[in-house]
Design a protein around this ligand. Structure first.
Ligand code: ADP
Length: 306
């Protein structure tokens, strides 16, 4: 369990993290989402005691990180996958950590196995690909068999196979009852990985809810209808307070009326329907909508005018 109360970090005039209060619970994957510069890494660094809060506090299993007796047994974190001594082998890197933290030697082989690096464990990690470095970073986080795990943008730069592997790993760690906090600026990634979401923008909490709630709250539900009488259906829908627009493919996109109501209206007026389907914005769309005012730097989207 991770608990933050009024957590704040200022760098001079800049407020990187602004009075965040949240609880990250065990047994589920919590997605920590926000555009670049939103304050995710700063928050994670404060959880790990690498940065001191300007105000507020954060605890891991009820205690500030710096007061934990055996930190590696309580929290594992992947912050910067490149922070590994390149001249050492993966095996050696993990063995040194195990020895200096009083962890059993067998954990080294166990975590190498979990991350699939056993075959290359004796090679120098300098020649590791980004994906292999990422796996070694995750092995390091798992070494102490901690109940709390944090991953900062773990899928950055990985190929689809690596992304799928990380996604499955997060899910299985949560299924074992661990607390899993994973940050990303990619909403599409969280849609299939996270159970719960903490969404921040400019250091502030924007949403603290389940993935389902997030989509339901932030995306307007639309209904897609296909009928041989689009003009009549448009008139009926408009009269009932809805809005209907013609899609390029001939379908009608109806908003502001629930789907059963559209079906009932068509039935009542004897309008034949060939299709009636709910259309839900993806998590990506919902996130963009919600954070559009809190993005620090707007990047031009190719093909779109600013
Ligand atoms: P994220 O991880 O969501 O991309 P960060 O936590 O890295 O965001 O950054 C949040 C804000 O704090 C950004 O505006 C960033 O420029 C600023 N920031 C982060 N670290 C420092 C630092 N050491 N000194 C000054 N500003 C910082």
């Amino acid at each position: 369990m991770i608990e933050a109360v009024g957590l704040t970090k200022r760098y001079g005039e800049r407020v990187a993290v602004d009075r965040l209060s949240f609880t990250v619970r065990p047994g589920q994957v919590t997605g920590f989402l926000g555009p670049n510069g939103a304050g995710k890494s700063t928050t994670m660094r404060m959880i790990l005691g690498l940065d001191a809060p300007t105000a507020g506090r954060v605890t891991v299993n009820g205690r500030p990180f710096v007061t934990l007796d055996n930190p590696m047994r309580e929290v594992g974190a992947l912050l910067d996958a490149k922070a590994i001594h390149g001249g050492r082998s993966a095996y050696h890197h993990l063995l040194c950590l195990a020895q200096s933290n009083n962890l059993p030697r067998r954990r080294v082989d166990e975590v190498l196995d979990v991350v699939g690096l056993t075959a290359v464990a004796r090679k120098r990690s300098k020649g590791f690909s980004l994906g292999m470095g990422q796996r070694l970073g995750i092995a390091t986080a798992l070494l102490g068999d901690p109940k709390v795990l944090m991953f900062d943008e773990p899928v950055n730069g990985l190929d689809p196979e690596g992304i799928l592997w990380i996604r499955n790993l997060m899910r299985s760690l949560a299924a074992e009852g661990r607390t899993v906090l994973v940050s990303s600026h990619l909403m599409s990634e969280m849609e299939h990985t996270a159970d719960h979401l903490l969404v921040i923008g400019r250091g502030r909490m924007i949403a603290d809810c389940t993935v389902r709630e997030f989509i339901d709250r932030n995306s307007a539900l639309a209904v897609r209808a296909r009928t041989p009488e689009p003009e009549r259906l448009t008139a009926v829908v408009t009269a009932a307070g809805g809005k209907a627009v013609h899609e390029p493919d001939g379908a009608l996109l109806i908003t502001e009326l629930p789907l059963p109501r559209v079906g009932d209206l068509a039935f009542d007026h004897g309008i034949r329907l060939h299709e009636l389907a709910p259309l839900q914005a993806s998590l990506e769309q919902a996130f963009m909508e919600l954070t559009k005012d809190s993005v620090e730097y707007h990047a031009a989207i190719p093909g779109e005018q600013q």
